[in-house]
Design a protein around this ligand. Sequence first.
Ligand code: SF4
Ligand code: SF4
Length: 181
Amino acid sequence: MIFEYYYRIQALYLAAMAKELLPDSVLTNWQKKSADRQKLYKQYLQRAKKNDVLKQLPDLHEEAFSKIDCLQCAACCKNYSPRFKTPDIKRISKLLRMKEGEFVETYLREDEDGDFVLQQLPCPFLGADHYCSIYEDRPSDCHRFPYTDEDIIIKRQPLTLKNATFCPITYYVLEGLLKNK
Ligand code: SF4
Ligand code: SF4
């Protein structure tokens, strides 16, 4: 584990030598900065070349996760529901030793798009310590969120802009893309 950490730090150091990382101060008062820069993000996402963005995402995504601890945040799990698709429902109800129908009835409702989402927020599987009690089997939406290593960031721009208002990782990645443009 310690070696994994060492190599991660070394990789980040080498990345920092190759191209300057964003300063930590970018995260100070980030909600206000993100709100102020929504128009700028929108213009950038509309004009950016998809391949240029995709090339930068793996490093920026890793950099963001190395600087921001989701366990200190949990804003997504507290305020927004993932979609529970059929494989998610099958997997999680099996984990909880519940019948699928019982699981749906206990935790889920259908939203206006016909997707199953949580009846209540914060997510009932979120602990007080911000750990997810079904982490290994969590819905694929949770696994992929905040989509900062996927083309979703360009394809679903309104979603990216909204995520940047409450998710510091999305904000950080957008700031990195803007800095490198
Ligand atoms: S909102 Fe973003 S930073 Fe916060 S827990 Fe979710 S993914 Fe992590
Ligand atoms: S299932 Fe887990 S990761 Fe997904 S919203 Fe609930 S607590 Fe968060």
